[in-house]
Design a protein around this ligand. Sequence first.
Ligand code: 48H
Ligand code: FE2
Length: 259
Amino acid sequence: MKLDDIKISKAIIEEYMDELMDYLDVDVAIGGGGPSGLTAGYYLSKAGFKVSLFERKLSIGGGMWGGGMMFNKIVVQEAGREILEGEFGVNCKEHEKGYYVADSIEAASTLCSKACKAGLKIFNLISIEDVMIRNERITGLVLNWTAVEMAGLHIDPLTIRSKTVIDATGHDCEIVRVVQRKMGPRLMTETGEIMGEKPMWADRGEASLLENTREVYPNLYVAGMASNAVYGSHRMGPIFGGMLLSGKRVADLIMEKLR
Ligand code: 48H
Ligand code: FE2
């Protein structure tokens, strides 16, 4: 068969546009493709919900690729291993009792692959810049190309509708931050505002993460590092079990709500 360059272009443009159109209205929209967002997307898609994930960067995986200080290994505790190895099949080596080590490349790529195969639709190179709110409830997201953001171009965004949104944008908790900026101190936190991340303390950070994984504004949930940033708990360094558990927890909470 002789290849036609224009048919290749047409295939890409039409297939992309069809999917984008199909995903203008979803059950769950996830902001951020790090470990927590991918895990949430995996479980929700596997359960049959229509879920999209928007990632600012070219690559999916967030802070997982670089392990700790570029030593590309990650650590998980027993509960994290049950997800990483038990559910995703990533090899975990017991380094010493209760401390399991996984290859960060294998972990990030496997999470991404399993989430896609479970039905999660990932859009990379797209940044969430704002939210839609009606009657004090989140109803959707406002999106733009990351390239537009990076170039500082004055180009207006487009929108998608979503029954629920997960802020899995990591340390910066960008979606919750937008809500605070636009709506004032109306978050479901002690102060109504983002409480801010505390210093490194792996044990406390991991322990509080599940409790902090919750609805923070009607229809908006926080997961992963964003949860501890919003609810004022500690960072935990390169232990990733909490991120996976938080992703699973937020998926469970949303399944309960949507069913
Ligand atoms: C689209 C966005 C936007 C936006 C950000 O940082 P992540 O890996 O997040 P988590 O919470 O899944 O995992 C946290 C973990 O990587 C980590 O940093 C840990 C454990 N730190 C401990 C410590 O002590 O430092 O991924 C977030 C993703 C990234 O890929 C961003 O590019 C993306 O979200 N993102 N995508 N629109 N507005 N903001
Ligand atoms: Fe981090």
